[in-house]
Design a protein around this ligand. Structure first.
Ligand SMILES: [Fe+2]
Ligand SMILES: [Fe+2]
Length: 250
């Protein structure tokens, strides 16, 4: 069995509280009786895109297994490239990557738009993605990025999702994709996009309650809700299984 630990939105900002929320999730993984095969972090790694924040991200996620990271709207391409082990050709924005771990392929897209909170993929990015997805793959194939393209039925968050999703869906439709993995909305979510499972990891830094949940009375984000993660379990010939966990201890 191949195990993916899917983390998202640690928003490290130099504060102890942000660091400890990420650290509690990492400590939880470290206590497993077998290591996960890969850790994937789907963006908003740093809160302000500062070099010192990326140094903290690198230090907190220094694990003995591959750690894949991609940018969110709070990240900034140049310091991210300088501070983290991303494998993306070129310089600056966008930071697209293809990473193979064992037989699994991860296509990591940069859906961020510099200076904006919403997501968007340019025509050039979609062309690049189509070329990558045309390559034959034998193992599980994951497409991961920060901004989900589906509305969460949330009046604020839905302004900041991936815009202009239909050309993106056209590139993904019919491809042998095991699942699409995202973050950004600070909620564990299961839905579909372009005919594929779309699985969103909870926010480590905070949770965004739905408008009708009690915590919504206190604002957009609930910083008291525990951090969480998704564990994606891949077994030969069987459907993908995802387990969501909230981490209540450090
Ligand atoms: Fe975030
Ligand atoms: Fe975000």
């Amino acid at each position: 069995m191949f195990v993916i630990a899917h983390l998202s939105d640690p928003h490290l900002d130099g504060t102890v509280v942000a660091r400890d929320r990420l650290r509690s999730v990492v400590n939880y993984l470290r206590a497993f009786s077998r290591p996960v095969d890969v850790v994937l972090v789907t963006g908003d790694l740093a809160d302000h895109g500062l070099p010192a924040e990326y140094a903290d991200v690198a230090a907190e996620l220094a694990l003995d297994v591959p750690v894949l990271m991609l940018p969110g709207n709070h990240d900034v391409s140049a310091p991210l490239r300088a501070g983290l082990p991303v494998e993306s050709p070129g310089e600056g924005h966008p930071v697209h990557q293809v990473q193979d771990v064992g037989t699994a392929r991860f296509v990591l897209l940069d859906t961020s738009v510099p200076g904006e909170d919403h997501g968007l993929l340019s025509a050039e990015s979609l062309e690049w993605l189509a070329g990558v997805l045309a390559e034959p793959v034998d193992g599980p194939l994951f497409v991961a990025f920060h901004h989900p393209p589906n509305k969460l039925q949330h009046p604020v968050l839905d302004q900041w999702i991936l815009q202009d999703a239909e050309p993106f869906a056209a590139v993904l439709r019919g491809k042998p994709i095991t699942a699409i993995l995202t973050g950004h909305v600070h909620n564990g979510v299961s839905t579909t996009f372009a005919g594929h499972p779309l699985l969103v990891a909870p926010g480590i830094r905070s949770t965004a309650p739905l408008p009708f949940e009690p915590a919504a009375a206190n604002g957009l984000v609930d910083v008291e809700a525990p951090p969480g993660l998704a564990l994606h379990l891949v077994a030969d010939g069987q459907p993908l299984v995802t387990v969501y966990r909230a981490i209540t201890s450090s």
